[in-house]
Write a protein of this length. Structure first.
Length: 519
């Protein structure tokens, strides 16, 4: 039987600009191989409201089943879209999947979804759809949650797909919108991560599912075949490798040399961005990837203190981090450094060490001087704090906790208030390199200089606060915040004018919202 299926993302309230959701593309390709009629509507990428998403879904008739990719942060938008679907389309099965339903399945089921898929969906999407359409028992299907007789049923997670070459290339229905927004195409060359960071949802996403490798990869030829497909069919030469960790064993110096050599044979001017771990880099790897088109990366440095890294469960050492940063700087890779300044046990000594290190590494791109470890559901960090009885839930359903050291709490409150005053501008400036956008060399250089100015201002303010807490009473904390914001108002106005000019020059649009996690 041929089904009419809609795959959608709801509109999303985010401080990041929209990017394509290739999860929908993978599912669409699998379903189309079975001759099903599939409509993709990426509501986030297209900046569509719920009404507009419904209109797009029903352009060629109402679907028989809908799949929705969700985060927990857009649960409210998912609820709104779900309600409209029930009104306009009727009581069809509506499936949800992604990180949100994996960790918060009951919230999504209570919102009205028929089934929540936990973990990867490609290998169960067809049997799940068949079972729903023919009203079969669902208990034999792995990795799903549903409500039966008023109680939640959770079937055991299944092993994730081991051979990623077996997956078809994702459908690229929304590629014209990707290009209009000057976004790179997303390409996934591997899945998972062998790290065990206590705060990481990626680790938690696969932890309970697999007894085999936590990280799986595609073959070099399979990757290059997709890159050639994107270039030859859509003119795409800038991609973002959306791997959780691009370099994991067995991807070593030999693999990188082979990948770079194979890619260079096609004489395609590719540029790509990655996400890497510091302990997986060598100078040879950085040099060869640079020659193949590597121009930007994010790297989870997190902290310049050994004690903090140990608490986080990081496999990297401070020495690993410093070596990696040195190589990235030497070869001119735009580097967005993941940084976690605060966690439950942060000390003043750790703050001092991070301040002096940030003074030295002032060329990196960051999301701002104020960063804290998020206690996401399902992570070891959240479980640990929960056992200590110090987790609470704020109005937006995020887990919150108080830092143990009272002096560190002072610094935390000051820096948070400071960052909130200009976080929207910070997100706007770094987006073109962290997303990234497709720009000429001079465009990246121009916007990178603004990132540097913001970083330098932030680090100087951190030093000022560390002196303040030693010499000034806590009752004066509010005054230093208000004074600093006033003193820097002209500086931030100049940055805003500059980023507006850059966006106009290069045809960019920033439609991110104020950071919803900065409450």
């Amino acid at each position: 039987m041929i089904y009419k299926i809609a795959l959608v993302t709801p509109s999303t309230y985010s401080h990041r600009t929209a990017e394509e959701t290739i999860a929908l593309g993978y599912l669409a390709s699998i379903l189309r191989k079975q001759n099903h009629c599939v409509k993709i509507v990426d509501g986030w990428l297209r900046d569509l409201c719920s009404e507009e998403i419904i209109s797009h879904i029903c352009q060629s008739g109402k679907p028989q089943i809908v799949g929705m990719s969700c985060y927990y942060s857009n649960l409210n938008q998912a609820k709104e879209l779900l309600g409209l679907m029930r009104q306009r389309i009727g009581g069809i099965p509506i499936i949800c999947g992604g990180y949100g339903p994996t960790f918060h399945d009951l919230d999504f089921l209570n919102a009205g979804f028929t089934v929540a898929v936990r973990g990867e969906a490609e290998h169960i999407i067809m049997p799940l759809i068949d079972s729903l359409m023919f009203r079969k028992d669902l208990s034999s299907l792995p990795g799903i949650s549903y409500i039966k007789n008023g109680l939640i049923v959770r079937t055991n997670r299944t092993e994730p797909i081991e051979d990623l070459d077996l997956l078809p290339f994702p459908a690229r229905d929304e590629m014209n919108i990707v290009k209009i927004r000057r976004n790179p195409a997303h390409v996934c060359t591997s899945r998972g991560c062998t790290g065990h960071c206590s705060f990481c949802s990626i680790y938690a996403f696969t932890r309970d599912a697999s007894k085999r490798s936590k990280w799986r990869q595609r073959s070099i030829q399979n990757i290059i075949d997709e890159l050639r497909y994107l270039y030859e069919n859509f003119g795409i030469s800038c991609v973002k490798f959306v791997d959780d960790s691009f370099l994991e064993p067995p991807r070593d110096e030999k693999w990188v040399a082979k990948f770079s050599d194979r890619l260079s044979r096609y004489n395609i001017p590719f540029r790509f961005r990655t996400q890497v771990r510091a302990d997986r880099l060598t100078e040879s790897i950085v040099r060869n990837l640079k020659g193949a088109g590597w121009f930007a990366t994010s790297i989870g440095i997190e902290n310049f203190s050994s004690s903090a890294l140990k608490r986080m469960g990081k496999s990297t050492s401070v020495e690993d981090n410093l070596k990696a940063l040195g190589w990235l700087h030497k070869y001119g890779i735009y580097t967005q450094m993941g940084m976690i300044l605060f966690d439950y046990q942060t000390t003043v000594e750790e703050l001092e060490k991070n301040y002096h290190s940030l003074l030295k590494y002032d060329w990196v791109i960051t999301k701002g001087i104020f960063t804290e470890m998020f206690a996401a559901k399902g992570t070891y960090y959240a479980q640990r704090l929960n056992r200590l009885g110090i987790l609470s839930v704020d109005a937006s359903q995020n887990y919150q906790y108080a830092i143990h050291d009272s002096t560190v709490r002072r610094v935390y409150r000051i820096l948070k208030a400071w960052h909130k005053s200009h976080s929207y501008l910070y997100d706007w400036v770094i987006d073109s390199i962290s997303a990234p956008k497709v720009l000429p060399d001079e465009g990246y250089a121009e916007i990178y200089s603004l990132c540097n100015k913001l970083m330098s201002c932030d680090v100087n303010f951190l030093g000022r606060i560390l002196e303040h807490i030693k010499n000034v009473s806590e009752r004066d904390d509010g005054r230093i915040i208000s004074n600093a914001i006033f003193e820097h108002s002209a500086f931030y106005a100049d940055i805003e004018l500059s980023i507006k000019g850059a966006y106009e020059k290069y045809g960019l649009v920033y439609d991110g919202a104020p950071n919803p996690f900065l409450v």
